[in-house]
Design a protein around this ligand. Sequence first.
Ligand code: PBG
Length: 325
Amino acid sequence: MSFPINRMRRLRASDTLRRMMREISVSVDDLIYPLFVAPGLDVKLQVPSMPGVYHFSVDAICEEAKSVRDLGIPAVLIFGLPDHKDEYGSEAYARDGIVQRAVSRLKNEVPELVVITDVCLCEYTSHGHCGIVRDGEILNDETLDLIARTAVSHAEAGSDIVAPSDMMDGRVMAIREALDDHGFINTPIMAYSAKFASGFYGPFRDAAGCSPQFGDRSSYQMDPPNRREASKEIALDIEEGADIVMVKPALSYLDVISDARMSFDVPIAAYNVSGEYCMVKAAAQAGYIDERRVTTEILTSIKRAGADLIITYSAKDFAHWQRNV
Ligand code: PBG
């Protein structure tokens, strides 16, 4: 059947009809808000490359977390900026490390908020790589123990979900075994499974102080053109025990999210990363685009591609907009 029997515009005629015909919608329940915790007292410092994103000290992050909870956002993803860095990233797995202290305060003061912790070494290593470095090489198997220790130390501090972002092979299995050995059989793993070596992480690296001091991350993060390989990475992580898998970045990798949705039945998260956020902020500040409209469209596209959860620096803005429709 075709025109004039068929008229696609019939169901677009009014706002209410459009609302009824909508196939998907983004909910605040889908969102995870990243937070950066830094040393000091009463610190709330704007990250220069990321308008609206701040470094918070442990005390100040609790206040921020309360406002996140009050907006109905269910979860935060915590990144740490340590006091000092060394070759082995030892503050990543220190009992009194910056993330461990923030998590135990958060779970005391805002217990209903789900606290997810990024498990990686790059913010804590002097060389800025996500693993142990020897003779200019980023070692895989030697790194696994440190990654697993980091995850266990986060769980001990009260982390609800651990999220390894290092891209070493075998790290999900190493973390699962270590968590189970320490009695954390119910702590889920959200694995950064298809994490690409992306230029879109630029502003984050300023925010987290984790730029590699030599070379880049291409020997462990994925090569951007590789779609089939992404499915393999995800399948391996599920086999190793990942409860939630992630595609990162989101916007330039919607095909990868869509493939994952078709192939796997586990929850899929997508990371709407710093560079994606900053492009929208900068263009909106210049008056070139409507920030609310474009942000909502971007989040909708990520959901439509198949993501269940979206990690986004826009979570608070989106929650505010939902309140004042
Ligand atoms: C750490 C990590 C990075 C991001 C999340 N965890 C940076 C990187 O891999 O270089 C990027 C987040 C963003 O850009 O918003 N491994």
